[in-house]
Design a protein around this ligand. Structure first.
Ligand SMILES: Cc1cc2nc3c(=O)[nH]c(=O)nc-3n(C[C@H](O)[C@H](O)[C@H](O)COP(=O)(O)OP(=O)(O)OC[C@H]3O[C@@H](n4cnc5c(N)ncnc54)[C@H](O)[C@@H]3O)c2cc1C
Length: 411
């Protein structure tokens, strides 16, 4: 496995003490466990020296102190769904597996927050909140296989983050254990710089989140789901910008390229038109939803939308999440391996970014399904390749690199 040959042996000298602190069964140096914790959902592969399953938040500080004092590199790991190699232990050392910190400590619907251990699975929290008529805004496609702490560490978003905010926006407080084993709380609204917001996105490099307090939102009574076909991404992007400028407040808005819409339709039969260049899938909610729908129909029609469909649906459903998720899996089925990337550009440059991504695919003779967010400028190509073919894998990495370079240059 790459990265494993020249890793120093830092863990053996502290293994016995780590076992005393965490419990014999919670520290593993078994080769299968090491292999299973050497990767995430991306392509990075780095073998750790040990995997430590953390079961008590109070056990984190002494463990981190022991590891820091003895120079053992530490990589926190939620459920390992990151796409960037974030939880693959590039420096060896110990992987701290945090999925065992899975207690929902408090849900206060009157005050609008949930206080949970960082290893709680996002999906488990959503289910609990749904029973009370609430939700936690960040709903990444991976919400059933990612932790709230991991979401905060990477500032994860989902379709409805457009209206209700990202993980950082919904973070109220976080109990952190620093790399040296000190414990402190970062809290919003206490004056001074927004350190809680700053923590979100640091990917565990400045400490481990042990417990987090997050904002929860009451579900609206009305949810309208719409589909709108356009001849090209450019037409779709222009129509979305015009709708927003006329006051339409989308709960979510995603767009599927032709390959994603076609693959999804052939797998799931959701009634997508097959002859469009780009398909918008979106939601409107709240008191203004009906008025927003009228404006949307008018603006989209004027912008050249040849096919539009809208329906009121169960407010508990997440149709845009489902459409994006289905598009991702339907495209992934088309090939042995898929390299999922996630780029952000200023939204006015999204059309250019889509063009640059298509050019990189053509250059390296590859295909990808693309899902993008017209209102935020996020572009998520799923590049199809075969990991068993070293040359094709290289081409996929190079194409992804070209896309990243082009997007970075766009700002
Ligand atoms: C199919 C699929 C769909 C996805 N869809 C989305 C999406 O829609 N939106 C999106 O934003 N992302 C998405 N992702 C990426 C991924 O799911 C997110 O990055 C997720 O937030 C990671 O959570 P995790 O618990 O799996 O964390 P991990 O992958 O285990 O870790 C991610 C990073 O956070 C650090 N970390 C984890 N827990 C903690 C903690 N408690 N304290 C400090 N640092 C910590 C790790 O060291 C690592 O750097 C998707 C991934 C997949 C595979």
């Amino acid at each position: 496995m790459s990265g494993s040959l020249f890793v120093k042996d830092t863990f053996s000298p502290v293994a016995a003490r780590a076992r005393r602190l965490s419990g014999e069964a919670r520290v593993s140096v078994d080769s299968v466990a090491l292999a299973l914790h050497s990767y995430d959902a991306g392509l990075a592969r780095f073998r750790p020296e040990a995997v430590i399953s953390v079961a008590e938040a109070s056990g984190l500080a002494p463990l981190m102190r022991l590891l820091a004092e003895n120079g053992v590199p530490v990589t926190p790991r939620g459920l390992g769904s990151s796409l960037t190699g974030g939880c693959a232990p590039a420096k060896g050392g110990a992987v701290l597996k945090l999925g065992g910190l899975n207690k929902i400590l408090e849900i206060d619907t009157a005050a609008g927050y949930a206080f949970v251990e960082a290893g709680v699975c996002n999906g488990v929290l959503q289910d609990e909140l749904s029973r009370a008529g609430f939700f936690y805004s960040p709903l990444p496609l991976s919400f059933r296989c990612s932790t709230v702490g991991g979401n905060i560490a990477v500032n994860a978003r989902g379709p409805r983050s457009l209206k209700y905010g990202s993980s950082a926006d919904n973070l109220l407080a976080v109990d952190v254990v620093s790399p040296g084993g000190d414990e402190f709380r970062l809290e919003r609204g206490c004056g001074g710089p927004d350190m809680a917001g700053f923590f979100s996105g640091l990917e565990g490099t400045c400490g481990v989140a042990a417990r987090v307090k997050v904002r929860i939102t009451r579900r609206s009574g009305t949810l309208i789901y719409f589909l709108a076909a356009f001849n090209s991404p450019e037409e779709l992007l222009l129509a979305a910008a015009q709708a927003q400028s006329q006051g339409v407040c989308f709960r979510s808005l995603e767009a599927l390229d032709k390959m994603s819409a076609t693959a999804s339709e052939s797998c799931f039969g959701d009634g997508y038109p097959l002859d469009c260049g780009a398909l918008a899938v979106g939601e409107l909610d709240g008191h203004g939803a009906a008025d927003d729908l009228k404006t949307l129909k008018r603006v989209f029609k004027a912008a050249g939308c040849p096919w539009f469909k809208a329906d009121e649906c169960d407010p508990k459903s997440e149709p845009v999440w489902l459409a994006s998720s289905r598009a991702f899996s339907a495209v992934a089925r088309l090939s042995h391996s898929v390299l999922s990337e996630d780029f952000s550009v200023p939204r006015k440059k999204l059309g250019l970014a889509i063009g640059a991504a298509s050019a990189a695919l053509a250059q390296y003779d590859l295909r990808a399904g693309m899902v993008y967010s017209p209102c935020t400028g996020s572009l998520r190509p799923s590049i199809l390749f075969d990991e068993r073919n070293i040359f094709e894998t290289r081409r996929a990495r190079k194409a992804a690199h070209e896309m990243l370079k082009a997007c970075a240059e766009m700002g």
